[in-house]
Design a protein around this ligand. Structure first.
Ligand SMILES: Nc1ncnc2c1ncn2[C@@H]1O[C@H](COP(=O)(O)OP(=O)(O)OP(=O)(O)O)[C@@H](O)[C@H]1O
Length: 569
């Protein structure tokens, strides 16, 4: 049950709705039994031609029970469903709170399709927790016990039969059904995770699959996963229907037993015959209400698995935000002191003993071969991760103590691959400034040389309808809308033609003249104006200094520069 501890804590936050659901559930249950019992009594009594006032009283009771039952059921449904939806939103929020610090690490262990299956499928199945597992057994128990107590005033034998029926219908059959369904439930959940993982891969990679002519193979594999999932699902549904069928059979058998025992007792003069119809009706009703109990243990097991998949997910490896806020004070300063960083599975550190300082208002270029660790530096400066050794400071404050939000607020960053959301150019620009109007958007689009894109221009998922260069320029437009004065840009123009790049860079330098700029680049051109150039090779800072200093030392940077000049001619 420990898997459900988080869910139970979230359910407990809706105390008021829980109480209302139970109270009105009991009221509806008792009045249902009362309604059918009184109806049965009325039928028998009417046949004996009693005084009119007796019939009037019983008819009034039937009406009152009928009305109260409808009202009770309505209020119970209202509160129980309100509680369920609120609880689901608490569960989703808690899941995202746990997931957020683990991104992007989480993708090393889990694929996006699997995460999607969890956040949709598993959360959805938890809606049954409150609606079917938490409070209905309490309601049923109270109604059943009240019925049993009521019956003892007429017949101990019938009360005992009701009790036995309760045990069989409410405990024995559900227990057996759960044992049978346990395996198929696991297969359904597993199957759903595998299917959505494969489906996501297929959707993301369909172009490459086409080019490599592997689409048919992948589709066949996908179909196989789909069939496995559907077969497991069908098995589960059949088992569920079987469980419900057995429960119905037991309920009807119990009702027949009530009829037989009542008739026998009437014959023996131990029960007044006028109550026969009343007990038949009560029995039918009370056992019908107990029917859904057959699925309670199944839902419980299902919810236990769902909660386990949801709340045991994050590996607790990610970066948890500090709580110190940065005072907004213009361009930020950063420093890295003897920083070493490794990805969990990598054998050697990606960054080793790196010491770099980025004073406020300075311009720094980070250059080096592909895979040398440049983007990792950006990730660390953006507070996405913590170093294994050494210290990173922002505004002279330990980065781990500073709130991530306050760093992100002050920084304009372009990641190596910017994400674009399905919608319009406007939707994607509003991400940077939700108050930006169309006039400002058009201005920045002109500025980044995208005059052909209007704010209402559609953007496909992941910017599928934009060229590589257009995406980079749109990413630049996005950060131009944000008033931050610290820029950390990772290869912002690698897909843009040389002429446009030069114009964009010129405009950028004019904008960021007094700002802190950290530019990650393969391109060694135009670095003369940088205050500091940091050369990274295999995770180590091998050279740093101004352009003139590096050229004078005739080291790695100088050799790369010579090579670049020779290649370009
Ligand atoms: N999520 C990850 N898990 C494990 N290793 C990673 C991960 N991301 C990057 N690496 C490895 O870390 C090393 C440094 O990567 P990084 O992206 O920082 O290099 P880079 O200098 O920015 O390269 P490029 O210029 O090609 O973008 C590479 O060897 C890369 O394979």
């Amino acid at each position: 049950m420990k898997e459900l501890r988080t869910v139970l804590a979230l359910v407990a936050r809706e105390k008021k709705d829980i109480w209302f659901s139970i109270v009105f559930g009991v009221l509806a249950g008792l009045t249902t039994v009362g309604l059918f019992g009184a109806s049965g009594y009325l039928i028998s009594k009417a046949a004996l031609a009693p005084p009119l006032y007796t019939l009037i009283i019983v008819i009034a009771m039937v009406k009152l029970f009928g009305f109260t039952r409808a009202l009770g059921r309505y209020v119970e449904r209202l509160f129980s469903h309100r509680a369920t939806f609120t609880i689901l939103s608490h569960i989703r929020t808690r899941f995202f709170e746990m997931l957020e610090p683990e991104v992007p690490h989480i993708f090393r262990k889990y694929r996006s399709g699997d995460l999607l299956a969890r956040v949709i499928g598993d959360v959805e199945s938890l809606q049954n927790f409150f609606l079917r597992v938490y409070y209905p057994p309490i309601v049923l128990l109270i109604v059943f016990l009240s019925t049993i107590i009521f019956t003892t005033f007429f017949s101990w034998m019938l009360a005992l039969l009701f009790f036995l029926g309760l045990v069989i219908v409410g405990v024995v059959i559900p227990f057996i059904a759960t044992l049978k369904q346990r395996k198929s439930q696991y297969s359904v959940r597993e199957g759903r995770g595998i299917l959505s993982t494969k489906l996501a891969e297929w959707l993301y990679g369909f172009r490459d699959l086409k080019i490599y002519q592997k689409q048919e193979e992948t589709e066949a594999d996908l179909r196989e996963s789909m069939e496995t999932y559907e077969a497991a699902h069908e098995r589960q549904q059949l088992q569920m229907a079987g469980g419900e069928g057995w429960n119905l059979l037991a309920s009807l058998t119990a009702t027949w037993a009530v009829v037989l025992v009542s008739v026998w007792q009437i014959g023996a003069g131990e029960l007044d015959g006028i109550f026969l119809a009343m007990f038949i009706m009560i029995s039918l009703m009370v056992f019908e209400d107990a029917g859904p109990m057959a699925n309670v243990p199944r839902h419980l097991e299902d919810n236990r698995n769902a909660a386990e998949r949801l709340f045991s997910l994050p590996g607790q490896t990610g970066r948890h935000s500090g709580d110190v806020s940065l005072e907004p004070s213009g361009p930020l300063s950063f420093s890295m002191e003897n920083v070493t960083y490794s990805f969990p599975e990598s054998l050697t550190p990606v960054l080793q003993d790196a010491t770099i300082s980025f004073p406020a208002g300075s311009k720094t270029a980070i250059v080096g071969a592909s895979g040398s660790g440049k983007s990792t530096i950006q990730q660390l400066l953006l507070s996405m991760d913590v170093p294994e050794a050494g210290r990173i400071k922002v505004q002279d404050k330990d980065m781990q103590r500073v709130s991530q939000e306050s760093v992100w607020k002050e920084v304009n960053a372009i990641l190596q691959e910017s994400h674009f959301f399905y919608g319009t150019v406007r939707d994607n620009l509003l991400l940077a400034d939700e108050d930006a109007d169309d006039r400002r958007m058009k201005e920045v689009l002109e500025r980044v040389k995208l005059p052909h894109l209007s704010p209402e221009h559609p953007v496909e998922e992941k910017g599928g309808n934009l060229s590589g260069g257009e995406k980079q320029r749109l990413a630049l437009a996005r950060i131009y809308l944000k008033p931050a004065r610290t820029w950390i840009l990772d290869e912002p123009f690698s897909s843009v033609d040389v002429l446009t790049e030069r114009e964009l860079m010129q405009d950028f330098w004019e904008t960021a003249v007094h700002d802190t700029v950290i530019l990650i680049s393969h391109n060694l051109k135009g670095l003369e104006q940088m205050d500091n150039i940091v050369v990274v090779e295999q995770g180590q800072v091998i050279e740093k200094g101004s352009y003139e200093e590096l050229m004078e030392w005739k080291g790695y940077f100088y050799r790369m520069k010579q090579l670049e000049n020779t290649l370009i001619g």
